[in-house]
Each structure stands twice: as structure tokens, then as C-alpha cells.
Design a binder for this molecule. Structure first.
Ligand SMILES: NC(=O)N[C@@H](CC(=O)O)C(=O)O
Ligand SMILES: [Zn+2]
Length: 429
């Protein structure tokens, strides 16, 4: 069915809000204009007072299926995505088994088709079993529609393996998406090595474990002429090496997570594993450098690193619980409230960091509101205020450090390919 969205507010190029109507037909934005007349055959959505944004794009999501269905499934994770206003997400491959063969990836695509609420672009691994030794069959996996290649969850330890992977990826015009962590520089740490490790008497993860591997990889990417993307960048030194690499013309992009922009080690209340993620919350200076890096274009976009775990997992405490926090359902309200309302970013900057910028970094045809584009849209109530309550999450994961944060900017309706995939009960008409 066609949709007519009436009287919503759209951001123009100058970042001002303009009241407009949109007509969606056959999955495409057919028309954007003021006062589009209804023909009677379409569903009309009244959007007065709501922001009409391109659907958000999140290129770092853990859906856990197959093998981790007690933490999340493709169905629950994509419902959480829709609720958070995301219309396209890329799923990380640290599942059991991992998508390291054409058959596994085909199974995943089938499962996505059957159960996903939003568009899911699955990553394939870089190495077989994510063991860091033997490369996957890059051309076969590209042919089976791998979005890109990543061993997220672990760093690729050997430079030689990473270099060969980059040459393979460059040959087929795909990106290497890297979780950067040099295991020889970590001694079973659980929090940042700085102040908090001493305060809690928990082993720390030093900044160099990340930055050293990024520096290595950037030089490898230059030699291989490969698009190299840095996952969840977290330290000021990492930002500096990425900035220098961009200046040198190397094809590097980077993402930052909402929690690294909004929290630092000082915010950790004690032994609470809802504040445990990899990379860890770093220092206040690192947090400031991430924001500066985002604003000067060193960091390309925002990605949630949605990493659901069970409550039982997280009750094990900082030392033993698995790393990771959820993010899909809180990303936009948290960033809108804490960065846009506080005038650190403009609304247009935030929306761009969550739509067109991730899309452009990977040449994806999404993240834009214009005639002829995919009808992937989120309607957001910028004024509605509510408190974050994990019990209300659609995700199976309730593991967030943001419980009880009061936020504005909640999605009320999400449209993928011209179809309503989620709406807040009270906006149904
Ligand atoms: N980020 C995390 O803390 N955890 C992720 C893995 C990852 O992205 O490194 C997970 O899969 O749980
Ligand atoms: Zn990771």
C-alpha cells in the first residue's frame, strides 16, 4: 500500500526544519512537496510536529543468531532496531557458527529474509572460525552477498594474515572492518587501564592495545590499497593516527559508539557489568578526543555496537561477565538529548552521523530523503520525554548503563521499503 506522510518536519541542506509531505509508493519515495493531495487509495500518516528523518543506519550490531538465541535473535534484534529508528543494520559475524563459508552466509540470508523486521546486511568473517590464522574464501563470500569482512570480537593478531586479507578484500572492492586489539598488550583486563582499574582493583586494558593495532593496520591498508574501517574507536591516540592517515590519503574510515561519546571511566559506579564493554570506557580526555574527532571528520559516523547479553551473564560482575552493552533502542534519544539539546552537535549533524555518513562510507544507497530513494524513514518525536527502562526493551538484552536516563527524541514510527515495520501504540490511527 502507498503511504502519504503529511505535515512532517524535514531537515533541509542548511539544517533547518521545513514542513513537507512525502508520498511513498512501491518502496520508493515518489514525491516530496508541500500539500500533496491524497487520492483515497493510500494510508495517510499525520506527522505534524514530528521529525521525518531517513531511517538510521547502524553498521555494528550483534544479533547473536545462530548460537546465541538466549541473548538475541534476528527477530528480536531487528525489532529493537526498528524501535530505535534503524532501517538498515549490519550484523557482526561472532555467532556460533560464524559465517565463514558460502553455505553459512546463505543460511543467514534466508533466516534474515524469514524473520528480520529491518534490512540486515551480514558481515562474513576475515578468518575461518575467527581464529585469526586461515583466510576465508573472499570471492565466494562476496558472491554470497557478504556486506564486508570482519573478525569483530577479536583482533587479527598476525600482521601477515591481516595484510593478505586486505589484498583479498581490495581485489573484490570490499572493506576490512576491524576490531582492533593486540592480545599481547592485554593481561585479561576488564576496564580501562588508567584510574578505574586501580580504584576497582580489576586488571586494565591499556589504550595501546587498540591504537598500536590501528597504526599497524593503516600502514597495511596503504600497502594493500584497501578500504580499512576501524570499529568502535575509543582512544585519543587512535583518533590521532586515523586523522594522520586520512591526511596522507589512506582509505581509512572509523566509527564511534554512543557510550564512548557519552561516558568515561569516571562514570563507572563500581562493580557493575552493565558498564563493561570492549573497548572499555576510557578517560575523560579520550572521550573529548572522540567528540573532537567526530566533529572534524576524522571519525566518519556513529554505530551502536549493540551487544546483548543475558542478565545472568551480566550478574557475574566486572571481572567475569562478557563484554558488551545494548544500544539500538537508546542511541538516538541519548545522543539527541545529550549532544543536540546541549548544542554540542546540530540536529542535522547527528542525523547525518546516523544516516548518510555510514551509508556513504560503504557506498550504500540508503540514508537519504529524496525522490527516487528507498522509502526508509523514521518519524521522531523530539519533544516527548521518557526515562530509559530496560524492562521495556524489545531486545532480549537489558544490559545498558543508561537505565533511568531521561531523554527526548523518541522514534514513533519506522518505515522500511515503504512499509510500516514498527509504530508506537499511541500513534496508530
Ligand atoms: N563490544 C563488546 O563489548 N562485545 C561484542 C564484541 C565486540 O564488538 O567486540 C560482543 O559480541 O558482545
Ligand atoms: Zn568489537
Amino acid at each position: 500500500m502507498s503511504l502519504l506522510i503529511k505535515n512532517g518536519s524535514l531537515l533541509n541542506q542548511a539544517g533547518e526544519l521545513e514542513v513537507c509531505d512525502l508520498y511513498l509508493e512501491e518502496g520508493i519515495i515518489k514525491k516530496i512537496a508541500s500539500n500533496i493531495q491524497a487520492t483515497g487509495s493510500e494510508k495517510v500518516i499525520e506527522a505534524a510536529g514530528l521529525l521525518v528523518s531517513p531511517g538510521f543506519v547502524d553498521l555494528h550490531v550483534h544479533l547473536r543468531e545462530p548460537g546465541g538465541e538466549q541473548k538475541e535473535t534476528i527477530a528480536t534484534g531487528t525489532l529493537a532496531a526498528a524501535k530505535g529508528g534503524f532501517t538498515t543494520i549490519a550484523s557482526m559475524p561472532n555467532t556460533k557458527p560464524v559465517p565463514d563459508t558460502k553455505e553459512q552466509l546463505e543460511w543467514l540470508h534466508k533466516r534474515i529474509k524469514e524473520t528480520a523486521k529491518v534490512r540486515v546486511l551480514p558481515y562474513a568473517t576475515i578468518t575461518k572460525g575467527q581464529r585469526g590464522t586461515e583466510l576465508v574464501d573472499f570471492p565466494a563470500l562476496a558472491e554470497a552477498n557478504a556486506f564486508a569482512f570482519s573478525d569483530d570480537g577479536v583482533g587479527v593478531q598476525a600482521a601477515g594474515v591481516m595484510y593478505e586479507a586486505m589484498k583479498e578484500a581490495a581485489n573484490i572492492n570490499k572493506a576490512i572492518v576491524a576490531h582492533c586489539e593486540d592480545n599481547s598488550l592485554i593481561y585479561s583486563g576488564a576496564v580501562h587501564e588508567g584510574k578505574i582499574d586501580k580504584e576497582l582493583n580489576i586488571p586494565g586494558i591499556p589504550s595501546i592495545a587498540e591504537s598500536v593495532q590501528i597504526a599497524r593496520d593503516i600502514l597495511l591498508a596503504e600497502a594493500a590499497n584497501c578500504h580499512y574501517h576501524v570499529c568502535h574507536i575509543s582512544t585519543k591516540e587512535s583518533v590521532r593516527v586515523v586523522r594522520d592517515a586520512k591526511r596522507a590519503g589512506i582509505k581509512v574510515t572509523a566509527e564511534v559508539s554512543p557510550h564512548h561519546l557519552l561516558l568515561c571511566e569516571d562514570d563507572i559506579p563500581g562493580d557493575d557489568a552493565n558498564f563493561k564493554m570492549n573497548p572499555p570506557l576510557r578517560s575523560k580526555e579520550d572521550k573529548a578526543a572522540l567528540l573532537a574527532g567526530l566533529m572534524d571528520g576524522t571519525i566518519d559516523f556513529i554505530a551502536t555496537d549493540h551487544a546483548p547479553h543475558t542478565e545472568e551473564d551480566k550478574q557475574k560482575g566486572m571481572r567475569s561477565a562478557p563484554f558488551g552493552i545494548v544500544g539500538l533502542e537508546t542511541a538516538f534519544p541519548l545522543l539527541y538529548t545529550n549532544l543536540v539539546e546541549k548544542e554540542i552537535l546540530t540536529l542535522k549533524e547527528l542525523v547525518d552521523f546516523m544516516t548518510i555518513k555510514p551509508a556513504n562510507a560503504f557506498q550504500l544507497p540508503f540514508g537519504k530523503l529524496a525522490e527516487g530513494e528507498h522509502a526508509d524513514i523514521v518519524l521522531v518525536d523530539l519533544k516527548h520525554e521518557a526515562t530509559i527502562d530496560p524492562a521495556k526493551f524489545a531486545s532480549k538484552g537489558k544490559n545498558t548503563p543508561f537505565t533511568n536516563w531521561n531523554c527526548k527524541g523518541w522514534p514513533v514510527q519506522t518505515i522500511v521499503n515503504g512499509e510500516i515495520v514498527w509504530e508506537k501504540e499511541s500513534v496508530q490511527q
